[in-house]
Design a protein around this ligand. Structure first.
Ligand code: B1M
Length: 215
């Protein structure tokens, strides 16, 4: 890993916003791919913070602060991501973090990367009730719904959305993709989702596959 990438991780972990923003810009200026900055730099830092939080070496206020820095670093990286957009499709997609879940950093990255391949992404936000997702499907008629869940307690909401789509007679009209740190391919299969991805670049690949099949 490059020293600059390590400095970015360190700056996020030590809540040094000024350095984090400066190094993010330096990484972009050095020609590093925006996806690598997001995944190998920023996301890895939050994963490490999660590990420290788990064993009592970090606390909620630090996690809140680090999440804020992550958002502001993302704001620097996203324009670079969009600048290298290679539009392959022009389908609509809805993305949301499910009800009860306030984690949206990963969902936001997934949405930003989906836009780079041309998907018209409608981001419903975080803590989104199933009914709101169903209403949006009726109104926008997307080809794809992407559901993010970061808590084991909110993963069942992904299944609830699929059940609600079935009840509304909408299931065959839309592909459903799930993701988020605790989500696995096994879970996706169990709840009848059409796709799963462990990270944002893979989410884009799966989204393209699903929207093309649905074409
Ligand atoms: Co919370 N949190 N959190 N948290 N948080 C976790 C998830 C946790 C694992 C931390 C831990 O280890 N203790 C733990 C969950 C344990 C569990 O469920 N088993 C936890 C907890 C317990 C909580 C609270 C309950 C804490 C409390 O209040 N006592 C609380 C819950 C609030 C709620 O949601 N109702 C809480 C709150 C928060 C903050 C608000 C402080 C903050 C979120 C800020 C925000 O999102 N705006 C936060 C954070 C930052 C984390 C950790 C540290 C980092 C998550 C993150 O943003 N990662 C997290 C630790 C961990 O995940 N190991 C943790 C970076 C992000 C880019 O990655 O979201 O995984 P991620 O997204 C990835 C992939 O998962 C994938 O692509 C992304 C990019 O690669 N992906 C998809 C995501 N969505 C996808 C969708 C797809 C496909 C791929 O298709 C649709």
């Amino acid at each position: 890993m490059s020293d600059l990438l390590k400095s970015l991780q360190e700056a996020i972990l030590t809540i040094d916003e000024e350095t984090a923003l400066k190094v993010t810009q330096e990484l972009l200026d050095s020609g590093m791919e925006p996806e690598e900055i997001l995944e190998s730099g920023m996301t890895e830092a939050l994963l490490e913070l999660g590990r420290r939080w788990n064993c009592g070496e970090a606390f909620l206020p630090e996690v809140v602060a680090a999440a804020g820095i992550f958002e502001r670093c993302s704001a620097i990286v996203e324009p670079a991501l969009m600048a290298k957009a290679d539009r392959k499709v022009s389908d609509k997609a809805i993305i949301a973090t499910v009800k009860g879940d306030l984690h949206d950093l990963g969902k936001n990255i997934v949405g930003a990367m989906m836009k780079t391949v041309g998907l018209e992404v409608h981001d419903l936000g975080k803590n989104v009730p199933t009914e709101k997702i169903i209403e949006a499907v009726k109104e926008l008629q997307p080809k794809l719904i992407g559901l993010s869940a970061l808590l084991t307690t909110t993963m069942p909401e992904q299944e609830n959305v699929i059940k609600a789509l079935e009840e509304a007679g909408l299931r065959s009209a839309v592909k459903v993709m799930v993701g988020g740190a605790p989500v696995t391919q096994e879970w996706a299969d169990r709840i009848g989702a059409d796709g799963y991805a462990p990270n944002a670049p893979e989410a884009v690949r799966v989204a393209l596959e699903l929207t093309q099949v649905a074409a």
